[in-house]
Design a protein around this ligand. Structure first.
Ligand SMILES: O=P(O)(O)OC[C@H]1O[C@H](OP(=O)(O)OP(=O)(O)O)[C@H](O)[C@@H]1O
Ligand SMILES: O=c1cc[nH]c(=O)[nH]1
Ligand SMILES: [Mg+2]
Length: 213
């Protein structure tokens, strides 16, 4: 697996991550969603640097300019619920991307994943970006991956997460093909007994959208 850690160099990304983690600031759910969205924009920008580009000529009011634009189709596919705000951030930068949504629920003490709802376009020959703010055990990501990648072959697969635990990264390394890219905004220490990331941010879905029954 190709792993890209994007917060190794100090940048404004650290401000957004600090606010996500701060137990007082994160109570403002609008700011929490906005920070996930802004991190999605930064991740989209970083990822855009390794996509293939093609030459184009643009007509300006005063002349012609040779430049480049992204060559291939991009499909953004996020995991419900917590992936939604991250999805918006990526969509803000990948204007023409197609979009997919898959549900994943942690059940039986987060040891099993229930994948039910799926609405996604074809990603044959396209760049598939799988989005979820949290990579804890990695079970949700692998379950969604296995459901999506049954018959189609994307050109490239990029998994984009905001906070990752080492356990989740190791699980992905073991269960996903070597050619997959993993983008991580921040690497944390590990998991607690409830399989929450430590120090993490808490429950991303609840913080963004409210507690569920
Ligand atoms: O790596 P894992 O151990 O599988 O945990 C990560 C999953 O947990 C969170 O979703 P959650 O199940 O809380 O659903 P929600 O987004 O509806 O809150 C998160 O958004 C991931 O999908
Ligand atoms: O720490 C965690 C782990 C899984 N899901 C979350 O929202 N937070
Ligand atoms: Mg949740």
């Amino acid at each position: 697996m190709h792993i890209h850690y994007i917060s190794e160099q100090n940048s404004i990304l650290n401000h957004f991550l600090a606010q996500l983690r701060d137990v007082n600031i994160q109570k403002d759910s609008m700011r929490f969603r906005k920070n996930i969205e802004r991190i999605g924009e930064i991740m989209a920008y970083e990822l855009s640097k390794i996509l293939p580009y093609k030459d184009v000529e643009v007509q300006t009011p005063l002349g012609k300019k040779q430049t480049t634009v992204i060559e291939d189709n991009v499909v953004l596919c996020s995991i419900l619920r917590a992936g939604l705000a991250l999805h918006t951030g990526f969509m803000n930068f990948f204007d023409d991307a197609e979009n997919g949504f898959v549900s994943a629920a942690r059940i039986h003490g987060a040891t099993e994943i229930l994948v039910e709802y799926q609405a996604a376009p074809s990603f044959e020959g396209k760049h598939l970006l799988l989005l979820d703010p949290m990579l804890a055990t990695g079970y949700s990501m692998v379950a969604v991956f296995n459901k999506l990648i049954q018959q189609e072959t994307p050109k490239e697969i990029h998994i984009c997460v905001v906070i990752a635990a080492p356990e989740g990264i190791n699980y992905l390394k073991k269960h996903l093909p070597d050619h997959v890219h993993l983008w991580v905004a921040s690497l944390d220490d590990g998991l607690n007994n409830d399989k929450y990331i430590i120090p993490g941010i808490g429950d991303a879905g609840d913080l963004a959208y409210g507690e569920k029954l």
